[in-house]
Design a protein around this ligand. Structure first.
Ligand SMILES: [Zn+2]
Length: 150
């Protein structure tokens, strides 16, 4: 017998190494699912409306979700003809009166996040009208836009 205990030990060491690699597979699996979710979402025509700038009617979003309670508020990830006003960082619950007047019922942007979350003002890239905000998770919230059928 040429030390069977040692060779058994080696096998079990290898197995332990295999287990430690497995989490990487789980991660890539999650990535695939996220990608599929986006593809499915884009192909599934789940957009509630096409949004346009209220001042110059430039299209700013082709794919958005209408807020469940605040029907003039829309949430989106993919936007067009938008720019962020980097100089104007707002606190989550300190939206300027100019922005707030269109949503006096809600008083705040509904993101489901902490109150002190920082958001950036989003402007129409064509005429620089303030049309919404983007939060720290790059989710756009539009509330000064004109919706039309997708
Ligand atoms: Zn505009």
């Amino acid at each position: 017998m040429a030390s069977p205990i040692n060779s058994q030990k080696t096998v079990s060491d290898d197995e332990e190494i295999d287990y430690s690699i497995k989490p990487e597979f789980y991660d890539s699996d999650l990535d695939d699912k996220d990608e599929l979710w986006i593809v499915k979402k884009r192909d599934g025509r789940t957009s509630d409306a096409v949004l346009s700038c209220p001042a110059c009617f430039t299209t700013v979003c082709l794919e958005c979700q209408r807020h469940e309670q605040y029907v003039t508020q829309y949430r989106a990830v993919f936007v067009v003809n938008c720019k962020e006003d980097k100089d104007k960082v707002l606190q989550h619950n300190a939206i300027s009166p100019n922005l707030g007047k269109r949503m006096r019922d809600s008083e705040k942007i509904e993101t489901g996040s902490a109150d002190n979350e920082r958001v950036n003002v989003v402007l129409c890239s064509a005429c620089s009208t303030e049309i919404g905000v983007v939060d720290s998770q790059e989710i756009y919230h539009f509330f000064n836009v004109i919706p039309s059928e997708p």
